[in-house]
Write a protein that binds this ligand. Sequence first.
Ligand SMILES: NC(=O)c1ccc[n+]([C@@H]2O[C@H](COP(=O)([O-])OP(=O)(O)OC[C@H]3O[C@@H](n4cnc5c(N)ncnc54)[C@H](OP(=O)(O)O)[C@@H]3O)[C@@H](O)[C@H]2O)c1
Length: 350
Amino acid sequence: MHAVVLTAHGGPEGLVVRDDQPIPSAGSGQVRVAVSASSVNNTDIWAREGAYGAPGNPAAIAGWRGVPLTFPRIQGIDAVGHIDSVGAGLDDSLLDRRVLVDPAIRGNPEEPDEITGVLGSEIDGAFAEYLVVDAGSVHDVSQSPLTDAQLGCLPTAYGTAMGMLDRAEISPGARVLITGASGGVGMAAVQLAAALGAEVLAVSTSAHVAELHDSGASAVVDREEDVEAQLRSLAPDGVEAVIDVVGGDLFDLWPSILATYGRIVVAGAVAGPVVSVDLRQLYLRQRRIIGSTMHTQRQFERLVDLANSGAVDPLIAARFPLADMAEAQNYFLKKSEMGKVVVEVRRGPK
Ligand SMILES: NC(=O)c1ccc[n+]([C@@H]2O[C@H](COP(=O)([O-])OP(=O)(O)OC[C@H]3O[C@@H](n4cnc5c(N)ncnc54)[C@H](OP(=O)(O)O)[C@@H]3O)[C@@H](O)[C@H]2O)c1
């Protein structure tokens, strides 16, 4: 089969396009998915570079679990496609269903929501014509009005955003501040929070005001201007929650702009992972900081429901064929356009 195979940690030269990869077989309780689309995420690049570090050794070359990946590895965390083969114990009625793959592997029966592996990292992923996963990882999206390219944008960015909003306990009418709003997770959070009926204040730059309003933001806070002054006027009573994937210097401000009982949910730190927090701002007003990684099964099911009802509308910045993976990742890193970078896997008309 056609696939992009990662041969070693390092630069894009480690990504090798091949047409002779063996087609995997579905084992007992597994399905094989003929992949039609995927998208580029930070984790594909960090995992390729081995940039995650290890506990106690931030400079270690490692994947997200703190150890190097096993090579060769087919990356690709987001996947949509059709079931083309089922393993022993599964019903043939599953064949041909259009499915979205939950990329989180939950292998600890004692802790059913614990993520022990990820598609494209611990097992082969979507940068190939076929992948194999447990049947419980696929969700029927036959009814969704979204295209395969749009569905391929959802699992990681929208799943992570869904997990963050759920952990922030966002309810209709809540005022929520979302950072990194033009990025993959941030834009997903803007759309999902708006779909949940929240009032969204998006932190971004002046370049993205129009798209963020179109995505459901009530107001855009320009992070290159005086953020505190803008928030004093936009949210004089504070916000119920901050959804943050950026960290860095601005983080210092977030505890003080929360209403009493407010929540900050963090899932990333593109502007810097080490921040300072005035603890008095937390304990005197019963505020909380909550760490969040990806999504639970229930949160992913809620995302699938929204995909099936067409309540989300992922914005696509660019599309690349699978063979142009290195160019797709370079384009993603340049951040010139807002929206997801789609990887078209199935060849021929869609
Ligand atoms: N925990 C998890 O499960 C999980 C899952 C997915 C991603 N993540 C993490 O979440 C973070 C965001 O991921 P993403 O895919 O949304 O990233 P992305 O598409 O690269 O977007 C990041 C956004 O952050 C904003 N930003 C603010 N300050 C920045 C700076 N100094 N440098 C670069 N960007 C800056 C930019 O948006 P504006 O210009 O609009 O401000 C940028 O578009 C990453 O750290 C990623 O590793 C975590």
